[in-house]
Each structure stands twice: as C-alpha cells, then as structure tokens.
Design a binder for this molecule. Structure first.
Ligand code: HEM
Length: 209
C-alpha cells in the first residue's frame, strides 16, 4: 500500500458516516417523529452529536500513543470540523427555530442563563479552531503557535460538558459519562506530556555529561 494514501476509503467513509446523524435528525423532523417538542429534540440531538465529535477528535492522539494506531490521526481534522458544523447547526436551530430570530431574547439568554453562556463560549472558541484547520493556516501561524491555539480543543468539550450538565439539572448521568471520558483523555495527554518532558530533560543531561 502506498505511504501517501493507505486505506483510501477511510476519509470518504468517515465523511459520509458523519453526515448520517444530520440526515437522521432532519428525516425524523420532516416525518414528525421528534416527539411532542420537535425543536427542542432536534436542538438536543445536534448538541449531543457536536459533543460526540469533539470527544472523538480527542481520542485520535491517545489511540496512537497507547495502541500505536496512526490512522485515526488522519481523521482528527475532519472530526473537529464536523464538531464545529454540528455545533453551528445546533446554534442555528436555537436562533432560527427555537428563538425565531428574537435577538433580544437570545442576548438575554446568552448573558443571563449560565448554561447558554457556557455553550456560546464553547462555540466562540471553536471558531478560531475551525478557521485555522487548513494546512495553509498551519503554515501561516507556524506549527508552534498553531499547536498552542489548538490546545483549545480540550477546553471546548469541557465547556460542552458543563453546558450539558447545567442544562439537564437533575439526571446528570449522561453528562458525567462524557466528563469521565474527557478526564481520562486529559490524563493520558498529561502523562504523555510529562513523560516526553522527562525523557527530553534526561537525554539533555546525558548529552551534557
Ligand atoms: C460547542 C458548542 C456546544 C455544544 C457541544 C453543545 C452541546 C449541547 C448538549 C450536549 C445539549 C444537551 C443534549 C441533551 O440533553 O441530550 C445541549 C442543549 C442545548 N444547547 Fe448546546 N451546545 C453547544 C453550544 C450551544 C450554543 C452556542 C447555544 C445557544 C446560544 C446552545 C443552546 C442550547 C440549548 C438551548 C439547549 C437545550 C435545548 C432544550 O432543552 O430544548 N448550545 N447543547
């Protein structure tokens, strides 16, 4: 297999798969199968899909570190962009269908309801990540600055989980599940970082000796 394009079906396959939730939600909506409160249901489902993509984008690097799989890394950018697209659709559903462009109510919600404020912040932080998701942007910013900016990829799902927890109020089992997954991913990341730093400084010491 060529080094440049192993598993050529991988990216197109994941791309098509990533559109399935949208098709399913839109289809259910059009057929009137979203229950008594279809707007709220569509809103919740799009938000949940956005959160799942955010977490999926973060799983790619640990899979390489822990299991040695490199192919998920090639999907990371696409998963992140889909997370942004679903979060944007979630927001648009809120603005267009839920609030019917009532900007006063929207501003009041964003400033006064803490769960909406946190969701809005998550979306705002996703914008620079989506805008700088191209190879050209990596070149323009320089890899070090680009990498520093993309650490926000950890902050956004944390805000997403807080947004989810504050929204559900009582039964927090589902958001807590996402919080646990995120905590594990962050721990793996921190452990890899510390190990790399320690081995870097010990090789520096042996270089000096
Ligand atoms: C990265 C950004 C965001 C993520 C990951 C996200 C995720 C979620 C999740 C997981 C839920 C609950 C789903 C469920 O209960 O099954 C939710 C609900 C909700 N989100 Fe977001 N959200 C984001 C941004 C926003 C923004 C920008 C707004 C509006 C300004 C917003 C407004 C809402 C509202 C109003 C609900 C509750 C809907 C209802 O109960 O009818 N979210 N979101």
């Amino acid at each position: 297999m060529s080094n440049r394009a192993p598993q050529p079906w991988l990216k197109p396959g994941v791309f098509v798969g990533a559109l399935v939730p949208l098709i399913v939600i839109a289809g259910r909506g059009l057929r009137g199968e979203l229950g008594a409160n279809p707007i709220s249901q569509a809103l919740n489902q799009l938000g949940l899909v956005a959160l799942i993509f955010l977490v999926a984008a973060l799983v790619c690097t640990p899979l390489k570190t822990l299991v040695g799989w490199t192919w998920p890394i090639r999907l990371r950018r696409m998963l992140g962009v889909f997370a942004f697209a679903y979060a944007a659709l979630h927001f648009l559903t809120y603005v267009v269908l839920d609030q019917t462009f009532d900007w006063r109510a929207i501003i009041a919600d964003v400033t006064k309801r803490r769960f909406i404020y946190v969701g809005f912040s998550a979306l705002m932080l996703l914008i620079p990540l989506a805008v700088t998701s191209t190879n050209a942007a990596v070149k323009r910013l320089g890899f070090v600055r680009w990498k520093r900016l993309h650490r926000l990829a950890y902050v956004v799902p944390i805000l997403g989980v807080i947004h989810f927890t504050w929204r559900v109020k009582k039964d927090v089992r589902e958001p807590v599940t996402y919080a646990v997954v995120l905590a594990v991913l962050l721990l793996i990341r921190a452990a890899t970082f510390l190990r790399a730093r320690r081995s870097g400084s010990s090789s520096q010491r042996s270089g000096e000796g």
